[in-house]
Design a protein around this ligand. Sequence first.
Ligand code: SAM
Ligand code: SF4
Length: 323
Amino acid sequence: MSKKSYIPPVRGIRYLRISLTDACNFRCLYCRGENFRPTKEVLTLQRVELILKVFSLFGLKTVRFTGGEPLLRKDIIPIVKVATQYVEDVSLTTNGFLLEKYAKQLKEVGLKRLNVSLDSLNTEKFQRLTGGNLEVVLRGVYEAKNYFNVIKINTVAIRGFTEEEVDGLLEFCAKNGFHLRFIELMPVGELPFFKKEHFLPLEEIKKYIENRYGKLEPIKSNGSGSSKDFYLPSLNLKVGFIKSVTEPFCEGCEKFRITPDGKVHLCLRTTSEIDLLPHLTSEENLEKFVPRLLALKGESNRFIALNGFGWFATAKSMIGIGG
Ligand code: SAM
Ligand code: SF4
């Protein structure tokens, strides 16, 4: 990344990801270490409400619930419902395992957008990578299709694994009206999986698609802006690319993450965290703290811009942060 001397200040909190739990029923090799043990969930429904209420005063438009697996939270439906009182765009990312049970209720309480992670359409490969059951996930996705107009399928690109999934995923998404998004593998956490030979730059997938299916036409992205989105006329399909490693998008970033243990995590590529719990005692206290949070986020953006953004591991893995 080019080194910049001027980094714009962070003026608001536009996009917030809240990781509701770091418990998960899958064990994706790129996300969760074998010895990982979930922490105690401190983000109660009341605390989530307090955060959203106050952050909405500072421009919050989108909240995405993530995890671990957010659908493991017993109170996921009331949490989504309360979020819709303060935030226009309430979304959720899930491994899909519990969607068959929850899709209808999520829609009823006002969830706007749904992302489902799906790295393979081959039962055995899926099991090997994630430890999960593909058939159950697919049943969940089909159930969700009854309620959500737009479902995004998230696929982490892995060298030697994803290349032979691309055609199947494109056809699956085209047939069902889903959007497909490829995500570059990020070495977040010290996991044995993060070997350079597993890294597959998304430009390769993009070129493959264009050679085989015709030109991808750029379209305006919605959401957090981290995805570069395209329309593929030959399949009538939207395809996005999140090039977090080869084309990072840090400048002016107003994305905040809250971990299940109540920390604000400023950037996936640094270890900087700020404990929010002492400020969650009242609306006034949290409101007083937000300007400090904005300043710290500005410093974090500046640090990344000046120091570059390479392939290096940070202490906490994705399951502890929420992706
Ligand atoms: N359990 C849910 C799921 O899998 O969708 C939500 C949490 S998961 C941490 C959120 C997203 O992060 C998923 O789309 C997952 O594929 C992605 N992710 C996890 N580890 C990653 C890594 N090392 N690099 C890139 N994306 C990763
Ligand atoms: Fe669980 Fe999601 Fe991480 Fe996979 S990516 S281990 S499903 S939190």
